[in-house]
Each structure stands twice: as structure tokens, then as C-alpha cells.
Design a protein around this ligand. Structure first.
Ligand code: PLP
Length: 389
């Protein structure tokens, strides 16, 4: 069988591959500590699940409008306005099958072959593959670990060429947990506006910050040069429900909707009802999960820094730590981060994601969206593992 040139530009997500490998090992009876999966370990809060049960009982099981039900769009723009001071109308809102679909649609809808997209490193794996699939070329912006992987508007502007079409920013960041300060985000938007580009701001983790209030660039009024992508996956422990969204210009959203109408159609009907409940109900569950992530963050960073040779930048948001393990590379068959992650999994039964998946060659990513007990055990195993080298 022949496959398209387009599909050969991309590969299966490395994080999914780590999950598969970990599952295989688990099936042999091994007890793993899993720092691989980038999803909350909490169950979806009960009041949200009950809303889906009610929707089922009321037979809300048919196609809905492709871009999401009116109720959900209203709930979303209201929550966004309340939390971030934004002012989007329901027409400037599209409900998608996870934040990932919004990113995919935005890139396919805006990029022509050879268009350049500025992408800060480390990047979330899917950005790179989606840019390539859409025909774009990534222009990587290296960031400085010593400065906490800070993305600076000035550095972004230097990479702009006549082919640049889009800038991607993801704050809080997967995989580093870095947070771009609000002033710098505004500067990034100013750069996009000055050069007539689209700034795609992936704010899937925007409710998960450990210092200061959550922030969204959506509080600026520029729809023309800004697309906000968000998700309920992480905020409400709803990864399996597949509800995400985009906020931006009606013209861009209309083009994204075309793709949605010919691919998935609407996000799942009952998941949309659950999402309305998540957004409209009191937000105590979000605060409770954040407090727990905060405790775990402190424990993970302390534990990693206690291992000789490992350095770890303090993550200020999301639920990932991105330690530098370069002191252990090029020893005893540990040629690169993939080899190290492989050995750590096979020998210590600890799953982490190699940094090369995110564009760096000296790190591994740990998701600390797992219990403190698992974190303690994982750190203990890692300390023993690294002590051998
Ligand atoms: N953006 C980032 C940075 C992510 O880490 C993820 C998921 O891991 C997503 C977007 C997509 O999440 P979802 O499709 O579950 O909404």
C-alpha cells in the first residue's frame, strides 16, 4: 500500500509511545512508578460526571451543532470573562474535541506550504508534527535553561522573515512548567500585531500556576492576531472526555469549523453537558487539585535536586518537572535521553519521557500528576538507579 507524502512527515507521539511501553511492562506484573502520562490522576469530579449521567438519561445523545452547543459556548465565555477579564462573544468561541483538535484545525486552516512558524524550545511534541503536517516549517527558538526557559518577545522578533505566518506560545509550558510573565505575553502579541502574524497561545494549563493569579492573553481585545486554545482536560481532570476550545476571530473559527464538519463533527454530546457543569459550578475542585499539585511540585523538585549531578529548574505552572540529567549521559550505554529513559524504565521500573521528544538533549520530563506515595517511591528508585553510575 502507498501512503501519502503528507502522513510521512509525522510520527507517533513520543509520549504515547512511552505510555505503550509502560503498559507492556505493567502487563508482565511489574509495579511501575509512572511519571510518563501527562494527565491528572484525579477522577473527574462527581458533579461533572453526574451532569453527563443526566444528559444520558434525558437522551441527549444525538448530533449537536458542529462547533458545540450554545449553552457550552455561553458557559465558556462567561467563565473566561470571570477568571481573566476577557470579553469574547459566543461567536468568537469554538468547542473542539480536546485542545489538540483546535491546534490542528488552526494550523491546517492558516498555513500554506513553506510558511514558517516560530516555536520555542522545549516544545510540546504535537506542535512540531502538526506544523509539518499542515505544510509549515518550524523555526525553533532556543531558550535558556539558566533563565528558566524564558520566552522573550525580542528574541522571537529576530526570527521573523517574510515567510513567517505564526508564533506559538505555550504558557504554562509542557514540558518545563515555565510560565511567561503577563507583560512578556503582551509583548509577544504586540510583535504578532506589528508583523501581521497569528499568535497561537496554548493556554491548556492556564489554571495551573503556583505564583500569582492565573492569566490569559485573552484579556487583550485583539482577535485578529490572537488565537487562544484551551481545554477542560487538565483543569477539571477530564482528559478522556475530549473537550477543548478556541477563542478568536470569527473568520478563523469559521475556517476551523469547516475542517471539524468534515472530520469529527461535534464533540461528544454528553461530554459537552458535563463541560457546562464544570464551567458553571463552583471551582473548588480546581483549587483543591492545584493545592495538591503544588505540594507534589515541591516534593519532586526537592527530591530531584537531592540526586547528585541532577539540576532542576523550578516549574512555576502545569504539572511537569524537567530535570537536566546531562551529568549521566555518555556513560555505560546511556548515549542519549531515550537510552536513559529506556534503562530507567527497564531496570528501575520508573517511566519518564526523554527530552529529545521536546527538542532538548539533556533532560527528561516527569509528570507529577501522581500521588505523593508514588512520587516518594519514584524518587527513591531514581536515587538508587543514578547512584550506580
Ligand atoms: N497543549 C498542551 C501543551 C498539552 O500538553 C496538551 C495535552 O497534553 C494539549 C494541548 C491537548 O490537550 P487535550 O487535547 O486533551 O485538550
Amino acid at each position: 500500500m502507498q501512503f501519502s507524502e503528507r502522513i510521512s512527515r509525522i510520527s507517533i507521539s513520543t509520549t504515547a509511545a512511552v505510555v505503550q511501553k509502560a503498559d507492556k511492562l505493567r502487563a508482565t506484573g511489574a509495579t511501575l512508578v509512572d511519571f510518563g502520562a501527562g494527565e491528572p490522576d484525579f477522577p473527574t469530579p462527581d458533579h461533572i460526571k453526574q451532569a453527563a449521567v443526566r444528559a444520558l438519561e434525558e437522551n441527549f445523545t444525538r448530533y449537536t451543532p458542529t462547533g458545540g452547543i450554545g449553552d457550552l459556548k455561553e458557559a465558556l465565555v462567561e467563565r473566561h470573562a470571570r477568571d481573566f477579564g476577557s470579553n469574547y462573544s459566543v461567536e468568537e468561541c469554538l468547542i473542539t474535541v480536546g485542545g489538540k483538535q483546535a491546534i490542528f484545525e488552526a494550523m491546517v486552516a492558516t498555513l500554506n506550504d513553506g510558511d514558517e512558524v516560530i516555536l520555542p524550545v522545549p516544545y510540546w511534541v504535537s506542535f512540531l508534527d502538526i506544523i509539518r503536517y499542515a505544510g509549515g516549517n518550524e523555526v525553533l527558538l532556543e531558550t535558556d535553561e539558566a533563565e528558566g526557559f524564558a520566552v522573550r518577545a525580542e528574541a522571537v522578533e529576530k526570527l521573523i522573515t517574510p515567510r513567517t505566518r505564526m508564533i506559538v506560545v505555550n504558557s504554562p509550558n509542557n514540558p518545563t512548567g515555565a510560565v511567561v510573565p503577563p507583560e512578556e505575553m503582551q509583548k509577544l502579541l504586540a510583535v504578532a500585531t506589528r508583523h501581521n502574524l497569528l499568535l497561537l497561545s496554548d493556554e491548556c494549563y492556564c489554571q495551573c500556576v503556583y505564583e500569582g493569579p492565573p492569566f490569559s492573553l485573552g484579556n487583550s481585545k485583539d482577535c485578529e492576531h490572537l488565537l487562544i486554545v484551551g481545554s477542560l482536560s487538565k483543569t477539571y481532570a477530564m482528559t478522556g472526555w475530549r473537550v477543548g476550545f478556541a477563542l478568536g476571530s470569527t473568520k478563523l473559527l469559521a475556517n476551523m469549523l469547516k475542517l471539524q464538519s468534515h472530520s469529527t463533527s461535534n464533540p461528544t454530546s454528553i461530554a459537552q453537558k458535563a463541560a457546562v457543569e464544570a464551567l458553571r459550578a463552583p471551582q473548588d475542585c480546581v483549587r483543591a487539585m492545584l493545592a495538591e499539585y503544588h505540594r507534589r511540585r515541591d516534593r519532586v523538585v526537592k527530591g530531584l535536586r537531592a540526586i547528585p549531578g541532577i539540576e532542576c529548574t523550578l516549574p512555576r505552572g502545569a504539572f511537569y518537572a524537567y530535570p537536566n540529567i546531562s551529568a549521566y549521559l555518555n556513560r555505560d550505554g546511556l548515549a542519549d535521553t531515550a537510552a536513559l529513559a529506556g534503562k530507567l524504565l527497564e531496570e528501575a521500573h520508573v517511566a519518564v519521557v526523554p527530552g529529545q521528544a521536546f527538542g532538548t538533549h539533556q533532560h527528561v520530563r516527569l509528570s507529577y500528576a501522581t500521588s505523593l506515595g508514588q512520587i516518594e517511591e519514584g524518587l527513591r528508585r531514581m536515587a538508587t538507579f543514578f547512584a550506580r553510575f
